[in-house]
Ligand binder design. Structure first.
Ligand code: HEM
Length: 184
């Protein structure tokens, strides 16, 4: 069930509707993205810090929160630059971010609300700075693509682990899930 990050990226671009116009507008605001990344990181970690469970994860090791602040700035800026025009480098990077979160045990219930904070706070800042709705829409779409990577990593890692441990076929696994879901 392993995914190929570039193919997944292409599929998500189509499904979510990230267009070449979106990419152009994001690129033309890369400086704005970098200038606002630290403020967005502050909003993000203040929000996560208010949740007891997430706060414990953030402060589990010495210097983690400080490191995270820096990686958030890079992540935020990369949404505007697209790194390699939203190509293999971008897709591999997003897949890796997904895997990092799965390893730490961060699931959809943590990631979805966290991404909604990013979308909300960035929208507020764009309005304050008089930026266009087109930019806000483009950012919303790339945020959803990044979110899809983290969520998909969760599903892929969980199912691969079960398949490896049990030796079940993918078809059997899917059948068991379908049966389990109907009995819930
Ligand atoms: C919008 C959702 C999120 C984004 C975009 C995001 C972004 C990132 C990035 C870019 C990294 C660095 C990955 C690497 O090492 O290459 C990271 C790591 C990490 N994130 Fe997130 N994150 C999100 C949600 C969360 C949530 C909800 C938590 C919960 C507490 C969290 C906690 C962590 C932790 C603990 C690490 C590892 C830090 C370390 O290296 O020790 N993240 N995240």
């Amino acid at each position: 069930m392993a995914i190929e990050p570039t193919a997944f990226m292409t599929k998500m671009e189509t499904r979510i509707g990230l267009t070449s116009e979106d990419k152009s507008i994001l690129k033309s605001h890369a400086d704005w993205g970098l200038a606002n990344a630290s403020t967005m990181a502050d909003h993000f970690y203040t929000y996560l810090g208010r949740d007891e469970e997430m706060n414990a994860i953030l402060n589990k090791s010495e210097g983690r929160i400080h490191r995270l602040h820096e990686t958030f700035i890079q992540w935020f800026h990369q949404m505007f630059t697209g790194m390699d025009d939203w190509g293999k480098g971008y897709a591999d990077c997003r897949w890796h971010i997904g895997l990092v979160h799965v390893k730490i045990g961060i699931g959809p219930q943590h990631v979805v609300p966290a991404m909604s904070v990013v979308v909300h706070e960035v929208g507020k800042q764009l309005r304050i700075d008089g930026k266009s709705e087109d930019l806000q829409d483009a950012l919303g779409r790339i945020c959803m693509i990044d979110l899809a990577f983290i969520e998909q990593a969760y599903v892929e890692v969980s199912s691969s682990a079960v398949l490896r441990e049990t030796g079940w076929s993918e078809a059997l696994f899917k059948r068991l899930i379908a049966t389990g879901a109907s009995s819930m």
